[in-house]
Ligand binder design. Sequence first.
Ligand code: ADP
Ligand code: MG
Length: 631
Amino acid sequence: MTTTTETRPFEAEVAQVLHLVTHSLYSHKEIFLRELISNASDACDKLRFESIANPDLLAGDAELHIDVSWDKDARTITIADNGIGMSRDEVVANIGSIASSGTRRFLEAMGAEQKADARLIGQFGVGFYSAFVVAGRVTVLTRRAGAAPEDGVKWESDGRGEYTLEAATVPARGTTVVLHLKDGEDEFLDGWKLRGLVRKYSDHVAFPIRMPKETPAGDDDDAKQDDAAPAWETANDASALWTRPKSEISDEEYQAFYKSLGHDFNDAAAWTHNRVEGSQSFTTLLYLAAKPPFDLMMGGRDERKGLKLYIKRVFIMDAAEELLPNYLRFVRGVVDADDLPLNVSREILQHNRQLERIKGACVKRVLDLIEKLSRDEPEKFAAFLKAFGNTLKEGIVEDAGNRERIAKLLRFASTRGDGDAQTVSLDDYVGRMAPGQEAIWYVTADGYRAAAGTPQLEAFRAKDIEVLLMSDRIDEWMLGHLHEYAGKPLRHVAKGELPLDEAGKQKQEEAAKAAAPLLEKLKRLLGDRVEDVRVSARLTDSPACLAMSEWEMAPHLAHLLREAGQDVPESKPTLEVNPAHPLLQRVDGEADDARATDLATLLLEQAQLSAGAPLADPAAFVQRMNRLLAG
Ligand code: ADP
Ligand code: MG
């Protein structure tokens, strides 16, 4: 065995994480135990998986387990596993120098949230470093499965910028992490305390977590064994929770298991646990998160975690992307399939018919679960929609097969709703449509106030027709794919022709005839700034608004897209006017062409403003307005 010790610096970002961890994480310090046990459990999972192809790796030590022990005199806590272990390169890559993408995101999130909560750390793939919350020095001894005892590695660091690496003889396969506690952390040198933490955070780890047996007298010193072979006892439940019958699992157990999946330390909002028997048997246990975990919105599409695929209780991989569509990315849980080959790869999974069926079942279960929540627990459902409603809307676009089911779950603000609260369902709307009303009317805008203030709503208000007020950015995109609901078309209040009854049509025609000279005048004054000018059936109080053709993009959206650098073709607006309005009568009566042009242009500009379109020349607009105000 070589005795040379190599000292290396941590990569800058890792050093930053360590600094944060040791200086800012004061709450829930005990999380270190959960994180290290979770790593040990991952290591056992990996070995079990690799041993399917290569049984020799288990080499006479097939019972995977995790041992937690402590030493009052040495002031150490030791977490040991007989899992996959690490080679020297792996040690360097995994816990030394290479900053994972999670490291960066952790720093960003923590930077925003000083006094960070230690429980967050595991979400970002930097859980190992939580060891330094309580330890002033950490020693890792490890040996890769299949490697010889003398090919072991010893890693050590005080978490302050550097670590050492040396070759070591490690008698058994796996990894041992020794925490040399900081002053003041002695509360963790206690069997009762540690056992409590194992139960609280790690009860559902699928491997036995063993701790030295204590005598009934409870004398702590007995925990340290005099002889070489301590008597161990298992401290956790160690069963795969999802394999037990539903009736025997308490809500607390379900919640504890949810947290043990990682990524979220809050309670889940709801869950669904099902066993399908038949030509293809599988078990699903799926949870809805109550709040968006940090990584959900930041992580983006390529790093989705939280849904674990097991085959006959052997963990295979994180397979959120293979098992659920993207719009259900707030789901966490476990799928255990009986009939897939154990040696599946990600490539195989992507084209596997059985998996397609399981995926379909997962989607159905999740939608059932959300529906049930909407029926039985309105408050939880409202909180869920607040957190994930916009994510769910992506499903309208992504999952045509379930479009109607998803639409049923959405809630919107409405002219008959409760202010800006999004509480009106499409079923509510359809249920109170006026006799003869054929469409579901909505308006989109960049914000609730803009939507509620849309001039085109006036005619609807006058006729007492409800209008849904859509103001989330994703709505426009979603509505491009949601053309009807319950057999009723969805229509934008500003788009296309307004359907009028016979009396209405006649009135409209008369108004247009009477206003013909005014319309001609406006067209002449506005010239090529407008496509057309016509009499509006949509206005009662406002002087003017923009009309859009059926397929035209809403002006506020076109504006957004242009700002985002997209090429959106310019289209000339069509101006709709209300000839009964005093401003229009002023234009009509104005003999001075310059003043009439000012007035006409202002009409166009205010219509553009309330539609959320930017003005081409704001300075000219202000001058025009001032000229008219000054008389
Ligand atoms: P994560 O577990 O999310 O990947 P961690 O910071 O907890 O992030 O661990 C970093 C990596 O270190 C793990 O992915 C794993 O490769 C390695 N590692 C940590 N502990 C062990 C262990 N007990 N056995 C084998 N590898 C380990
Ligand atoms: Mg970890």
